[in-house]
Design a protein around this ligand. Structure first.
Ligand SMILES: [Fe+2]
Length: 390
């Protein structure tokens, strides 16, 4: 165990440290609560043995702060004090202490209590490890289910898988999505159109504007139907909620509930964005460098401006990855007339600056430098390999 001892009495500190080391533990020692807190924030600690009365932060405050930490890994707390009244012990336990021993310290009792703490810390670690395995198995099961959808309907299953990949990327970029939410978003995205299984292809292949009323109703039922299917499993209910909402729109004109703006959970907004983007590329066959214009058209209508900004960020990265295969990156100061731009140059907002295939001249090079000077574009552009003189 990594054990931190905090005690302002150097004799007790030295004695405890030497005993704990002799019992096989790694020991950090500090003489006040503030240093103890700083050590805990910067060093992995499994157990803290702290004196109650210390200069600065006392043992109780230290315990309270440790319990408020939102970090994985339980820290076992033993408080040491000369106080042994029932009221004091209750106060200590209420502040989050696991065990309480009084001075003078009985070393045999301390050793037994440290072993109890080590057992609890190890049990918690083992439990967390098992939860990680169960979570990973859960995601793998969902992926297998999604692959089965792909076997039944290649187009639908492929769309769900790509949507999930993109939704996870968007979740990684969105400041409002925590680590715990990403697996829920991935699960919901993998299964978001499961309610479409059973809807005739003749309806799904139509544009929405071509559908007659009963066809539109059947098509729109897939969101609520999908949520009902996966919501049958208790642990899938959070994902089912996102599935139900994946066709809600920022402007309130989506279905099934007509939610508006922030009423739509971020996870559902990201799945919707990923699905729309994937449909633009795979159904609409829209080229990567034309997607930005399409996204601007639905910004503030189907999707929130914030989510569109994230899609634009991904779109620019994808364009660069594609262009990089046939191009080299050059700093603006290294550009010369005759070089040909390999990918559309856009401002960070997505606004257009210069088209791919533009052959550079002195004027266009100055234009790029100007946009860089005002912070609108980076200082590098992609140039077609074949136009760079070696
Ligand atoms: Fe859908």
């Amino acid at each position: 165990m990594n054990i931190l001892i905090a005690d302002d009495d150097p004799v007790t500190l030295k004695l405890l440290a030497s005993r704990l080391r002799a019992w096989g533990h790694t020991v950090h020692q500090v003489v006040d609560g503030t240093t103890a807190w700083e050590t805990i924030c910067g060093t992995p600690v499994d157990m803290v043995i702290s004196d109650w009365m210390m200069p600065g932060m006392d043992g109780l405050e230290l315990c309270r702060r440790i319990r408020e930490l939102n970090e994985p890994g339980y820290i076992y707390l033993i408080l040491i004090s000369a106080q042994d009244s029932k009221t004091d012990i209750v106060r200590g336990l209420e502040s989050g202490v696991d065990d309480y021993i009084t001075k003078p310290i009985d070393m045999d009792a301390l050793r037994a209590r440290v072993e109890i703490g080590a057992r609890i810390v190890n049990l918690e670690r083992s439990l967390n490890h098992k939860i990680e395995i169960i979570t990973a198995n859960h995601i793998q099961t969902i992926r297998m289910f999604s692959r089965m959808m792909e076997v039944v309907d290649n187009e639908l299953g492929g769309h769900c898988r790509r949507t999930a990949d993109l939704a996870v990327k968007l979740a990684g970029l969105h400041p409002g999505v925590g680590d715990a939410e990403t697996p829920i978003i991935e699960t919901a995205a993998l299964l978001h159109d499961i309610g479409m299984v059973g809807i005739p292809k003749s309806i799904l292949n139509k544009r929405r504007t071509e559908m007659v009323e009963n066809e539109r109703q059947l098509y729109q039922s897939h969101a609520a139907m999908g949520a009902r299917i996966i919501g049958e499993i208790a642990i899938m209910k959070p994902a089912a909620l996102l599935v139900r909402m994946h066709h809600e729109q920022y402007n309130g004109k989506g279905f099934p509930d007509g939610l508006t703006g922030d009423e739509i959970p971020v996870g559902a907004q990201l799945i919707s964005a990923a699905s729309i983007y994937d449909n633009m590329i795979h159904k609409g066959k829209i080229a990567l460098d034309s997607i930005a214009e399409r996204l601007q058209r639905i910004r503030g209508y189907q999707l929130s401006p914030q989510v569109v900004a994230l899609l634009l960020e991904i779109n620019v990265a994808q364009q660069h990855a594609l262009a990089r295969k046939m191009a080299v990156e050059r700093e603006l100061n290294d550009l010369t007339a005759g070089m040909v731009i390999a990918a559309n140059v856009r401002m960070k907002t997505g606004a257009f600056v210069m088209a791919a295939d533009t052959e550079l001249d002195d004027y266009s090079i100055d234009k790029l430098k100007h946009f860089n000077n005002i912070g609108a574009i980076s200082n590098k552009v992609l140039i077609r390999n074949s136009t760079v003189r070696r």
